[in-house]
Design a binder for this molecule. Structure first.
Ligand SMILES: NC(=O)c1ccc[n+]([C@@H]2O[C@H](COP(=O)([O-])OP(=O)(O)OC[C@H]3O[C@@H](n4cnc5c(N)ncnc54)[C@H](O)[C@@H]3O)[C@@H](O)[C@H]2O)c1
Length: 273
């Protein structure tokens, strides 16, 4: 075993990655699998069936025995419980939960807000994206005396709201609050709760807001404005989340770290003008 394998001690751990068919959660799942973790990708399967995401991940990682998947609506408590029991049977007791579900949705002026859509976005980003799976997993971990680790996905909008994405901004600010309060209450049970705040990465759910065309790249006015605000002068690549993911997932490497949020943002949060 190398020094780093021993340092992170992730081999043979079990993780659930919600939204695992998505761009960023998929990259985080990839990093875990390559570090020796057995991963179940969870998703609603609404656009792409989860079986297809599992097949792609098996091929991409070259570790077919370490990947499985489950169709779960993470906003539904009973469905999450069912998914957890099934995952446990398939690959063992999960010790790591990555809450990857979420998406930015439509832009709107405040006065034009559609209240039903606002509620739907809160339900997706805050409830399905954090509260419901965190509640089910932490209860399960306490009952089974498992030292679990949760990684939530925050956003730049957790700290600085972006224009027009009202419910997303509010939900992602809530993710930081949830991360801290859950970390505080669950530390006595040896459960750690942290977050990663990705800057701007081209994902399926936000592509339409950032780029007009890919080759040659042509950005929307919003995409251009955001790029101008990133000191690194580029959008992030999903693999750039791997370091923060492995650190926060590893009880050995970050056993005394809980309640924090790591921005992975090319310096976006450092820029004032
Ligand atoms: N892409 C970015 O720049 C960026 C920046 C900051 C934060 N984020 C956050 O990262 C996370 C992933 O974003 P992404 O860009 O990879 O998006 P994505 O759309 O590629 O991935 C999200 C996945 O979640 C799944 N999903 C949605 N609702 C679900 C539900 N109720 N149950 C189960 N699965 C569900 C979708 O089918 C999709 O596969 C989101 O929370 C997003 O807000 C993304």
């Amino acid at each position: 075993m190398t020094y780093l394998e021993d340092f992170f001690a992730l081999k043979d751990k079990v993780a659930v990655v919600t939204g695992g068919g998505g761009t960023l959660p998929g990259a985080m799942a990839y990093a875990l699998i390559k570090a020796g973790v057995r991963v179940s990708l969870w998703g609603r399967g609404s656009n792409t069936p989860i079986s297809e995401s599992v097949r792609n991940m098996k091929e991409k990682t070259g570790c077919p025995e370490s990947v499985t998947g489950e169709t779960v609506d993470t906003g539904n408590e009973e469905d999450v419980l069912r998914g957890l029991k099934h995952t446990e049977k398939e690959i063992g007791k999960p010790e790591i939960l990555i809450n990857g579900v979420g998406g930015v949705g439509k832009l709107s002026a405040f006065g034009d807000l559609n209240i039903r859509e606002f509620n739907d976005s809160l339900r997706n980003n805050l409830m399905a994206g954090c509260v419901v799976p965190s509640k089910v997993f932490s209860t399960y971990w306490i009952a089974n005396q498992i030292k679990g680790a949760i990684i939530n996905i925050a956003s730049m909008t957790s700290f600085l709201p972006l224009p027009g994405t009202w419910p997303y901004n509010v939900a992602k600010a809530g993710i930081i609050n949830m991360t801290k309060s859950a970390a505080n209450e669950l530390a006595q049970h040896n459960i750690r709760v942290n977050a990663i705040a990705p800057g701007f990465f081209i994902g399926k759910q936000n592509k339409h807001l950032l780029i007009k065309q890919e080759d040659p790249p042509e950005y929307t006015p919003r995409g251009t404005a955001i790029l101008g605000h990133i000191p690194a002068k580029k959008f992030g690549s999903p693999e750039e989340l791997s370091g923060a993911t492995l650190l926060l997932a590893s009880n050995k490497a970050s056993g005394y770290i809980t309640g924090i949020c790591i921005p992975v943002d090319g310096g976006y949060l450092t820029a004032s003008i």
